[in-house]
Ligand binder design. Sequence first.
Ligand code: SF4
Ligand code: SF4
Length: 132
Amino acid sequence: MIVPLIKGLQITLKHLFKKPITLMYPEEKPDVAPNFRGLHALKVSHNKAKCVACYLCPTVCPAKCITVEAGEDANHDKYAAKYEIDMLRCIFCGYCVEACPVDALGMTQTFELANYKRSDFVFTKERLLEKK
Ligand code: SF4
Ligand code: SF4
């Protein structure tokens, strides 16, 4: 009777002084793996988005959550007049990033995407543009 009790107490004491594996989130943030697939970012080059509105990313997206509308600038270059990702539908597979022929899209380590309104999960071009 007393032996199992002592054994149990030993296990409890052993774990009591171990480094905790839980974090006091949100005060403490977890270390995110370098290849973590979080929120997308539209990359910028020469002060403008690199996206050339080729429509490859919305085509490969299995969740069909990317909306692109092409525009033409003063130099007759194609650009994304509208670029939106609905994060409520995104499954963070990364296919869009792989498909991009001009390396215009990346995925960041941002994982805190909670919000209150459905509309706040639609990330517009302005919200996705790479923050320097
Ligand atoms: S990560 Fe996958 S699901 Fe999300 S937008 Fe890209 S292709 Fe679509
Ligand atoms: S694949 Fe790249 S260039 Fe083409 S629409 Fe998507 S982000 Fe833009």
